[in-house]
Design a protein around this ligand. Sequence first.
Ligand SMILES: [Fe+2]
Ligand SMILES: [Fe+2]
Length: 275
Amino acid sequence: MIIAQITDLHVRPRGVLAYGGLDTTAMLGRAMAAIAVLDPAPDCVIATGDLADCGLADEYRVLDEIFAQLSMPVFVIPGNHDRRDAMRAALSGRHRYLNQDPNFLHYAIDDFPVRLIALDTVVPGDDGGQICAAREAWFARTLDASKGKPTLVVMHHPPFLTGVAGMDPSMCRTAPSFAALIARHPEIERVVAGHYHRPIVVRWAGTVGFVAPSTAHQVALDLRRGQPNRFNHETPGFALHVYDANVGMVSHVVPIGDFGPSREFALPPEYPGRT
Ligand SMILES: [Fe+2]
Ligand SMILES: [Fe+2]
């Protein structure tokens, strides 16, 4: 099974640029084009929040049109730039799974060899996220139904620290029982997130924590203390989470762009073992 993860699309209404000149909607188009030509094709796409830049109905209309062009199912969750009500109103027609809970946009998908459990970390008006007691209780009940099936936990705000001072203050706030719950479920292959706009991998709660790069702007890597987040024009990307029963899950980060044709390796005669 192949799961393509796109994140932090920050789509704006048609003709509107983000952040003083970024055409985030066109950048999403380039991500969609890159996914459409993958061979083998992914079985599904997960879009891990900050789908819209301001949570506007016009932005979700653009997203709905773009996602409708993909041949595989797309599963979406909100981020801090999204508004639950506007997102549900615009997308739940084609994305029926958004109706699993009246209060939160969380859901489980059992259609594939890997189970998807998507969490809603949004706290309206807050850059950071949270798994509150109600959401954790839903997650615990949903995990109990996993029956050991390989599972991917999908959320916008990472629930783990990264050591990046500009990012960690807006992580997902959780009770200690949340990490303990994950640690009790070894069928969780990954906890995958977005929000930080760059690729990050950590070991956390007995599983792998992963953050995918944005399809739009990236957050500049700055490991100094006390520095604010700044964005730059590093190459956008997406992730492919590939599951094979014999291999387990392997995650690839795929840059988006025209990097020229692939070429065969022509080893020189002085290559070790040849002479
Ligand atoms: Fe974002
Ligand atoms: Fe975010």
